[in-house]
Write a protein that binds this ligand. Structure first.
Ligand code: HDE
Length: 707
């Protein structure tokens, strides 16, 4: 695709990125010093069959660079995919913040990266895991990084525990097993001893942790941040990204199979969507809480294991992000992008959330190590669009060439430049003048952080029955993989505190009766933080909240970019394909023709048409719905075990199936019970019914959720 088609507004790529784009097109090969290379195939030898010579500077140049190609992968969030885009501010926020990129109508370039947390760089996209949701806004007041997740709460409350939770979930250090999975003893050992993780563990066991696409995940800032306005007044703010395509997941059975068939499923989906011009969009919404309301709620706003229910503080949309350009080079851009929640711009400040405070140190520290030193800001993807001017100098990989003899302040020799904003009556970044009360130094946890189960319960109770069933199945799967029965029981005791039915059903699947009280070891560890643990929790404001269930109501949602497999054989009716294809494409869905083998199929009308894939490599788990057009050799289809499997699995995974006139005959050999998601043209069903089900995504009632 040509550049101007990919992103009509090329200026939205930051100048640093544009200036560093290089192309080898029509160029003579050179060494890194620009010396033209005569022969890139043969080392220099003493005779054709003789030893290599130490003077082979061309070989050394090439191999020395190759030997240093790897840098440390991110210690967490190593597996990720990125894209360029823009943010357009759509609401007037000036009453709350001076942030220039949030001024209504402002368009700001950005780079976004989505990631899993636990797996290594080459691990599968479909691990059950949190997804990172990082956005670097290149604002006119410098870079602002909103480094969030697709889950609005976190496992722990204090940064001190971060290395522990990460060590617990990563492969066990003696055997380096398992990869990109939380289903093992050390993770559940930690979780079952850390009741503050109960809320997030329910989210991670929900379908949120196995997204259908990176384009269908929400994003959350997690912590409460602060907006600061021109008068210096602060307002607490929670950030939410809402995907325009809705929030969708795959099933756990699908996730495991996709990991085998296409472990790059999410990366490929994001890349292809952008290449095709289906630019994913998210609305940025905020919850604003006046400073005066800091102590109004039953939970502490500084506690990152809590969310603010929408019923208490409504969401306001303040802008839209559009991802409209793939990186040119994965390493240079996605891998070298250095996100850091400590990068804030005027108008945005931190709160005293002890997890956030700890993050402000860790990211800069890890980038210094990962990207090889203090000059990582000069890597094109990390450079601010408004430039950087200060007296910092030297260090490994320094790119900027600072002119003149002055690199200190105050100075007279450079007329006091670069000057402090305040010296010329400008504002610059001013920290919120928050009053810090008379305090003593302590290593302690606030009592207002001690209620660990109320919001876990709120989350569980806000889910639809199929979603609750999936959470129960996920806990059952994970805890079945745990070898130590004491850990299983300890976690069941935690689940019992959240919801007795949840604990009972997981217990049934494990053959265990959930203990009614917390394990003494859990209490002992919790008492390090709260000596009086367990506490009597405060009364919650609400028992259920909207916005946490992913379920799409019938007739709602969108079919945009959903992939529908058309299963075709020789002799298929082209009209039957074309009519359905046109109806789907009109609503933005994609038709993919899958035949027994790659190449073409013969059509009823005479001639051949190309197909997009074959039953040898394509499986139903990579599609959202299945259509069997009319015509073709139905006996051949019915005799093909891969075809039958395609239909049966799509049915099992609650996807809509449509059979054109005559094609319903293949149902005789498939284990499929007819329900509202199995549409037959012979019953008078048409493309509009099919589309309506595709929008809904899944026919969840197909699953038996009663136990
Ligand atoms: Fe991170 N986290 N984190 N984290 N995190 C990193 O920084 C850390 C936390 C998140 O796309 C690291 O550049 C600490 C919460 C994302 O490149 C590291 C604590 C949230 C990414 C780090 C947390 C996140 C990271 C590893 C607890 C959601 C990927 C590589 C105090 C709000 C960024 C890197 C990208 C990455 C530290 C907790 C999100 C080690 C110490 C809470 C999306 O610095």
């Amino acid at each position: 695709m040509k550049d101007d088609q990919r992103n009509p507004d090329k200026t939205m790529l930051t100048p640093a990125v544009v200036n560093h784009l290089v192309s080898n097109e029509d160029r003579e090969m050179t060494t890194n010093d620009g010396v033209p290379v005569h022969d890139n195939n043969n080392t220099l030898k003493a005779g054709e069959r003789g030893p290599s010579l130490q003077q082979d500077h061309i070989y050394f140049d090439k191999m020395m660079h190759f030997d240093r190609e790897r840098i440390p992968e991110r210690v967490v969030h190593a597996r990720g995919s990125g894209a360029h885009g823009i943010f357009e501010a759509t609401a007037d926020m000036s009453q709350y913040t001076v942030a220039s990129f949030l001024k209504k109508g402002t368009v700001t370039p950005l780079f976004a990266r989505f990631s899993t947390v636990a797996g290594f760089k080459g691990s599968t996209d479909l691990a059950r895991d949190v997804r990172g949701f990082s956005v670097k806004f290149y604002t006119q007041d410098g870079n602002y990084d909103l480094v969030g997740n697709n889950i609005p709460v976190f496992f722990i409350q204090d940064a001190m525990n971060f290395p522990d939770v990460v060590h617990a979930v990563k492969p066990e250090p003696d055997r380096e097993i398992p990869q990109a999975a939380s289903a093992h003893d050390t993770f559940w050992d930690f979780i079952s001893l850390t009741p503050e993780s109960a809320h997030m563990s329910l989210w991670v066991m929900s379908d949120r942790a196995i997204p259908r696409s990176l384009r269908t995940i929400e994003g959350f800032g997690v912590h409460t941040f602060k907006f600061v306005n021109a008068e210096g007044k602060g307002t607490f703010v929670k950030f939410h990204w809402k995907p325009r395509l809705g929030v969708h997941a795959v099933t756990w059975n699908e996730a495991q199979k996709i990991s085998g068939f296409n472990s790059d499923f999410h990366r490929e989906d994001l890349w292809n969507a952008i290449e095709k011009g289906h630019f994913p969009q998210w609305d940025l919404a905020v919850q604003l809480i006046p400073e005066e309301d800091e102590f109004k709620y039953s939970f502490d706003l500084l506690d990152p294991t809590k969310l603010v229910p929408e019923e208490l503080v409504p969401l306001q949309i303040i802008g839209t992000m559009t991802l409209n350009r793939n990186p040119e080079n994965f390493f240079a851009e996605t891998e070298q992008a250095a996100f850091d929640p400590g990068r804030v711009v005027p108008g945005i400040d931190f709160t005293n959330d002890p997890l956030l405070q700890g993050r402000v140190f860790s990211y800069m520290d890890t980038q210094n190590y990962r990207l090889g030193g203090a000059n990582f800001h000069e890597i094109p993807i990390n450079r601010p669009v408004n430039g950087k001017y200060n007296n910092q100098k030297d260090g490994t990989g320094r790119m900027d060439i600072l002119k003149g003899p002055v690199s200190y302040f105050p100075n007279s020799k450079a007329e006091g430049c670069p000057y402090h904003a305040m010296l010329r009556g400008e504002t610059g970044y001013v920290s919120h003048a928050e009053k810090i009360s008379d305090a003593v130094k302590v290593r302690r946890r606030a009592d207002s952080f001690a209620d660990h189960f109320t919001q876990a319960r709120l989350f569980f109770h806000s889910q639809s029955p199929p979603e609750q069933a999936h959470i129960i199945n996920a806990f059952s799967f994970e805890l079945s993989k745990v070898k130590d029965e004491n850990i299983r029981k300890r976690e069941l005791a935690i689940l019992h505190q959240v919801d007795q039915e949840l604990a009972r059903r997981v217990g049934d699947n494990l053959g265990l009766v959930p203990p009614e009280v917390l394990d003494p070891l859990t209490i002992q560890f919790a008492r390090y933080n709260h000596p009086a643990y367990p506490i009597t929790p405060p009364r919650p404001e609400i028992e259920k909240t909207s916005g946490l269930s992913m379920r799409v109501a019938p007739g709602k949602g969108t079919a945009e970019t959903r992939k529908v497999a058309f299963l075709v054989t020789d002799g298929v009716s082209k009209i039957s394909i074309d009519n359905m294809k046109a109806a789907l494409e009109k609503e933005g869905a994609e038709a993919m023709l899958i035949a027994e083998r790659v190449g073409t199929v013969r059509i009823q009308e005479g001639g051949n048409i190309p197909v997009d894939g074959s039953l040898l490599t394509d499986v139903s788990v990579c599609y959202d719905a299945v259509y069997t057009p009319a015509g073709g050799n139905l006996d051949v289809l019915a005799a093909n075990v891969r075809y039958v499997q395609f239909i049966e699995e799509a049915f099992e995974h609650c996807k809509p199936l449509f059979f054109a006139r005559g094609a319903e005959k293949v149902l005789e050999v498939c284990r499929v019970e007819k329900d509202r998601g199995v549409l037959l043209a012979t019953d008078g069903k048409g493309d509009s019914e099919f589309l309506s089900l595709i929008k809904e995504h899944r026919i969840w009632e197909r699953e038996n959720t009663d136990h």
